[in-house]
Design a protein around this ligand. Sequence first.
Ligand code: AMP
Length: 395
Amino acid sequence: MKTLNDFNFENKKALIRVDFNVPLNEKFEVTDATRIVSAKPTIIKILEDGGSCILMSHLGRPKGFQDEFSLKHIAAKVSDILGVEVKFVTDCIGSKAEEAAANLQPGEVLLLENLRFYKEETAGDKDFAEKLSKLGDVYVNDAFGTAHRAHASTTIVAQFFEGKKCFGSLLAQEIESINKVMETGEKPVLAILGGAKVSSKITIIENILDKVDHLIIGGGMAFTFVKAQGGKIGNSICEDDKMGLALEILQHAKDKNVQVHIPIDTIAADDFSNDANTQIVDINAIPDGWEGVDAGPKSRAQFHDVVMQCKTILWNGPLGVFEMENFAQGTIELGNSIAEATKNGAFSLVGGGDSVAAVKQFGFENKVSYVSTGGGAMLESLEGKTLPGIAAILE
Ligand code: AMP
């Protein structure tokens, strides 16, 4: 796996795919700069080597050239974060971009205009990728969030940099973290899958059964498993057409010696609202008109015990409707357990969508080993897929 450390960037122009798809407010100010901050180590390493950086990214989903999606809005913020002046060029290919890249001196940073102003970017167009490739000497991919897309700047462009391409430090960290869970993790390995639907996690569950010793199935998706086994789940969220599959998964887990932990009890609410009346009930005896919205106290204690036994922990998906304050406790306690296990030496990876939001919201970000920056890319990695952006560097 080629990383930044395999290259000396002195007098080299690095063409870096970053993920600067950041949220902006109505005044075009960056409201969450996490993605820019995450790319900083890669950029600084190249500058310190004596190289220069040509940054390329998309922003939003523009239809052609649309000023509101211009990356010019974020250039000043990138400068602030890097502590280096960032030059901006109003195109990402063609004579203007080529001239700006050619004039770039060691220690300087150039930000290209939004790649997605050209439909060729998402189409993975080879000619467009070749035009991008003219701008730099070495290609660095540091955009995990788009690594599952075979776009021109994330994948196709790598063809033009044989022997001169590598992962940036963010992407390398993502790959290492996933490998630590899926390939080299110290046993016992635990995966915690929560969230709303079984259907969106089936491929992950099937793939992960070969990798883990324990599997916690929580959140809304647990009810499909409970009902499939004959439990009464009241109005709880359930995918009836996936009940057969749920039973098959339980059988596969048994065959593979994976211990599956499903909640024992639940906080049941009489309405899907924060102010609903609630009661604690056994998960398989939820009264009609009530629905399970969070893990109950016995389940939380059970999950705590499992988490504390494990040396490698993957967490994807909340244990309840954490967006509502009164139904967030199960997710918060799980976060606390994972933080404690991490402190005791376990490796913990949080990834994919809402669990990342929960971890940030409840302040666990620095108490787990790694929080992934990619939603879809993380989920596809857990499904066992080789991401095109990663494969293109390895080729
Ligand atoms: P996912 O995107 O599949 O990870 O699902 C995340 C969503 O699952 C969050 O918006 C949670 O509110 C929701 N969720 C978790 N537990 C439940 C539950 N018991 N009933 C309904 N929705 C739930």
